[in-house]
Design a binder for this molecule. Structure first.
Ligand SMILES: Cc1ncc(COP(=O)(O)O)c(C=O)c1O
Length: 387
């Protein structure tokens, strides 16, 4: 019988997808997966519908349409001051996931070590496993989840070749500070490491300070690949449209890997994506205000349930410490929320290689207002503190 590759051992459907299936079976509200369930900008859909007949429907060149790459470069410059040259330093990809896979494929060899800051977005781990790369976790402890220089240094081994950072962070909602990024920069320089920075939530933050792109700090520009996604910023994750930006030599290699993996990013959507990236500040302001409101609403629900929601600085998740439930794990906490309240969340364990120090669950607030209101009702009226 045809065999399954060894690298697939231990890889299963993600805990996120599994909870979505569980919610469907039980008829529960799904706050588990980050599905960006808010409407995309109406103008974008209307213009897209008008133009769809006339945009090109064949492949684009592997690096993507010029109009898309120029729009990415313009957007990054406006939102965080990050400077990239559109013709040589920007690559259109199949979502940020496609950008990550192409980057890991192009720049690392099997067995290379990659530092992950725990808790981390679970796809990092599965991507490393698929490519036979070695995860090297660095534990960040709540509620601050700050990068400390000593623990980062202690995690570096002879095999370490790269680090993955994520800001604003999924699942913690933290935005890395300049001080933390300087630590990343210093350690990366000292050990000649590649830095991959996942900034898919760059447009979702709460507070006056603009997004701080890792590649604008210290000496990071020369060794950093920045990943972005239109899925989060314009609520179109199904378009599978993202990008990778960075030094020309690295992007050149990633382009070849991406070409071998998938040929190109969806070409007709790149043309529409360019329009989205050129939306004005009003759009982004309204977008952030909408998420700020949803964030507060869901936090009130968890507080009413007697739990301790965090206050995320960005992204669209609460990472809730459920210690008051007296449960042994995030798995048990998520199960109680599901059984007693029909509210689906992701157990914190999904974001850790080693067991977390507290029973966390992650709850996504990128859901329609009526779902959010119902979730808040269920959280406020259920008994979650007793077994
Ligand atoms: C941190 C992070 N990176 C990447 C992705 C995936 O982005 P895309 O849909 O563009 O592949 C997600 C989606 O939830 C995410 O949370």
């Amino acid at each position: 019988m045809a065999k399954v590759a060894t690298r697939m051992r231990g890889l299963q459907q993600s805990a996120l997808g599994a909870m979505t299936v569980r919610c469907q079976e039980l008829g529960a509200l799904n706050l588990a997966q980050g599905l960006s369930q808010v409407p995309p900008p109406a103008s974008l859909l209307a213009e897209g519908a008008r133009e769809f007949e006339t945009v090109g429907h064949s492949y684009s060149q592997p690096e993507g349409l010029a109009v898309f790459r120029e729009a990415v470069a313009g957007k990054l410059k406006r939102s965080s001051g990050l400077s990239v040259e559109p013709t040589t330093q920007v690559l259109a990809t199949v979502g940020a996931t496609g950008a990550l896979m192409a980057t890991l494929t192009a720049l690392l060899d099997p067995g290379d070590g990659v530092v992950l800051f725990e808790p981390f977005y679970s796809y990092y781990l599965s991507s490393l496993q698929v490519l036979n790369l070695r995860p090297e976790p660095v534990r960040l402890t709540g509620p601050g989840f700050r990068i400390a220089e000593e623990s980062l240094r202690a995690a570096i081994t002879e095999r370490t070749r790269a680090m993955i950072v994520c800001t604003p962070n999924n699942p913690t909602g933290r935005r890395l500070t300049a001080a933390e990024l300087k630590i990343v920069s210093a350690v990366a320089e000292e050990h000649d490491l590649l830095v991959i920075t996942d900034e898919v939530y760059e447009d979702i933050y709460f507070g006056p300070d603009p997004h701080l792109a890792a590649a604008t700090v210290g000496g990071l520009a020369e060794r950093t690949v920045t990943l972005g996604s239109l899925g989060k910023s314009f609520s179109v994750p199904g378009w599978r449209l993202g990008y990778a930006c960075g030094p020309e030599r690295l992007i050149g290699a990633i382009r070849i890997a991406a070409d071998s993996l998938v040929v190109c990013a969806p070409a007709p959507l790149q043309a529409l994506g360019a329009r989205a990236l050129n939306l004005d500040d009003d759009y982004y302001r309204g977008f952030r205000a909408m998420y700020d409101r949803k964030r507060r609403l869901l936090a009130e629900g968890f507080a009413a349930a007697g739990l301790s929601p965090n206050e995320p600085e960005g992204a669209y998740y609460l990472f809730v410490d459920c210690s008051r439930m007296g449960v042994p794990s995030g798995v048990a906490a998520a199960e109680r929320l599901l059984e007693n309240g029909l509210v689906g969340t992701v157990p914190g364990e999904a974001f850790y290689l080693n067991p977390p120090d507290r029973p966390y669950v992650r709850a996504c607030f990128s859901v329609p207002d009526d779902v959010l209101a119902e979730a808040v009702d269920r959280l406020a009226s259920g008994d979650f503190l007793h077994g």
